[in-house]
Design a protein around this ligand. Structure first.
Ligand SMILES: N[C@@H](CCC(=O)N[C@@H](CS)C(=O)NCC(=O)O)C(=O)O
Length: 218
């Protein structure tokens, strides 16, 4: 496919994992900053191609628009078979797919609620309670994943030779509320993997750009 894909993204947002995957896959991409919380030309352009106005959104060289971070990650893997995770014939594939989809299906929607809590309930108390409920659910999800995967010290989540898209995803999402220190209490092995991904020289600069010291989400 000629030309480069165009990634609509924002600092600290779900587009970070797509950038990390492009780096590990050795693929070039163009980037349009489209922070959903700040008016910009990029945001206006994003609105015209994604009615939900969410990042990541990817425009393929042939003009096809992709949304959904997990779909974009799987598309990148299609472009570079053998990288970023086990392929279709690998016995690890089923578990890889399960947990790769679990993150955006079970955890990511909690942020759609908590980032825009006034769209779901009214009143300060109800909003505070709903926000707390999203944190409770996020922690339950991390705890469940930890119990199932039991990550071994010093290994990647699935015990693969190199990190996979799953490790990248976990690195990004554990940065979000309630953040690493709180998540560590219920999922220490997962946070250890996230920290290992932080330090990988291939993606270290990217994470620093997205999650500088003192980073906080909403
Ligand atoms: N299901 C989507 C969720 C994307 C998403 O919620 N992105 C956030 C930024 S991290 C966003 O754009 N929020 C703005 C909004 O939902 O209006 C995915 O997995 O890519």
């Amino acid at each position: 496919m000629a030309g480069k894909p165009v990634l609509y993204g924002a600092t600290g947002c779900g587009s970070a994992v797509v950038e990390a995957a492009f780096i590990l896959a050795g693929m070039d991409y163009d980037y349009v900053d489209a922070n959903p919380w700040e008016p910009s030309d990029g945001l206006t352009a994003l609105k015209s191609i994604n009615p939900l106005v969410q990042v990541p959104t990817l425009v393929l060289p042939d003009g096809v628009v992709m949304t959904e971070s997990v779909a974009i990650l799987l598309w990148i893997m299609d472009q570079r078979p053998g990288r970023l995770g086990p392929g279709p014939d690998d016995p690890l594939r089923a578990g890889f797919l399960r947990w790769l989809v679990y993150l955006p299906a079970a955890i990511y929607p909690m942020y759609t609620v908590r980032d825009f809590v006034d769209q779901w309930v009214t009143g300060e108390q109800a909003m505070a309670e709903l926000k707390q409920s999203t944190v409770n659910r996020i922690l339950l999800c991390w705890k469940t994943m930890e119990a199932a995967l039991k990550p071994a010290a010093g290994s990647w989540l699935l015990g693969t030779a190199d990190m996979t898209a799953l490790d990248l995803y976990v690195c990004m999402m554990t940065r979000w509320t309630p953040r690493r220190d709180t998540i560590r209490a219920v999922a220490p092995g997962i946070v250890a993997v996230a920290e290992r991904v932080d330090d990988d020289p291939r993606v270290r600069a990217l994470w620093r750009r997205h999650f500088p010291a003192g980073y906080t989400d909403i």
